[in-house]
Design a binder for this molecule. Structure first.
Ligand code: R5P
Length: 313
């Protein structure tokens, strides 16, 4: 057991943090998070972190603002307690969707979050499947950007015949991610033309590529409200797909997502545990793969100064 390495958890996904600690064979770091009567957050680190290499696991899940602020205050407390190096481990960085100024008078909030994390005390960031790769560059501290694509691909490789499969990107922005999956699976790629009309309103058309008679695996970074998947499934059946599977890294599953997904004719939805899925959202079609081993391996390599490059391929 390495006593120089400590992993702490915020309240968003303690299950994943505990699993990571099990892989590393260390106990979860002691941390108290509570609220004063005026609703202000109170954080106290429960053990010495002086000159330690510390990692804090916190996904930006609902209630997002609470979880973001919780992480900021934990980072600040660790810095005040003289930790040697602090890594913010953010398996799901929700603000990566706010990555460009595509409407007047809006904030590129992903950039703001990156600045705030550094200000709060993060010396490094470890994250997974950002909505856009460019968000990586918003940080002025080192970022290790993992992907669940190989994990998802291994799962489907064991169950489907690549010769009868087509990998589908739900929009042009997701083509690179889906293309990587298709290369690993050695299957063809199709791309859907998606137009987002609002938060829960999307239209899709024209499939680039041939899905007729094939088992389609739809690859995306996240399922949020499920609107994208709803129209994707319609579009694919209309284009002649034989059956539909979904492979997504982050099961955000907010708003009407569960009703939207229940209504779909699909074989399976495969996600990871970057976001914890509560009991009431556990659909029969849902399979959750764990990314704990990958995060643990990366944390150990960061800690020992080994290259993490091999884990990104
Ligand atoms: C957006 O472009 C993303 O890649 C996902 O397709 C999107 O976040 C899914 O959101 P929803 O489930 O609300 O359609």
């Amino acid at each position: 057991m390495d006593s120089d390495l400590i992993v702490f958890s915020g309240n968003s996904n303690e299950g994943l943090a505990r699993e990571i600690c099990d892989h590393l064979n260390i106990p979860l770091g002691k941390l108290e998070i509570s609220r004063f009567s005026n609703d202000n957050l109170f954080v106290q680190i429960g053990e010495s972190v002086r000159e330690k290499d510390v990692f804090v696991v916190q996904s930006f899940t609902e209630p997002v603002s609470d979880h973001v602020l919780e992480l900021m205050i934990v980072l600040d407390a660790l810095r005040s307690a003289s930790a040697r190096r602090i890594t913010a481990v953010i398996p799901y960085f929700s603000y990566s969707r706010s990555d460009k100024k595509d409407a007047p008078r809006i904030s590129i909030a992903a950039r703001l979050m990156a600045d705030l994390l550094k200000t709060a005390g993060a010396n490094r960031v470890l994250t997974m499947d950002l909505h856009a790769d460019s968000v990586h560059g918003f940080f002025s501290v080192p970022v290790d950007h993992l992907t669940a694509i190989p994990l998802l691909c291994d799962y489907f490789k064991q169950r489907l015949d690549p010769g009868r499969t087509v990998v589908v990107a739900t929009d042009a922005g997701g083509a690179k991610r889906a293309g990587r999956f298709a290369r690993l699976l050695e299957a063809p790629l199709a791309i859907i033309d998606k137009r987002r009309l609002g938060d829960t309103d999307v239209t899709q058309g024209l499939v680039v590529g041939d899905v007729r008679g094939r088992d389609a695996i739809v690859i995306d970074d996240e399922i949020s409200t499920g609107s994208t998947m709803g129209t994707t499934v319609e579009t694919l059946y209309a284009a002649g797909a034989r059956s539909i599977y979904i492979g997504v890294t982050h099961p955000v599953l907010c708003g009407p997502s569960i009703d939207n997904l229940r209504g779909l004719t699909i074989e399976q939805i495969v996600v990871t545990n970057t976001v914890s899925v509560p009991e009431e959202k556990q659909l029969n079609s849902l399979t959750v793969l764990s990314v704990a081993g990958l995060f643990a391996e990366t944390i150990m390599r960061i800690h020992t100064g080994e290259s993490v490059g091999a884990l990104f391929t």
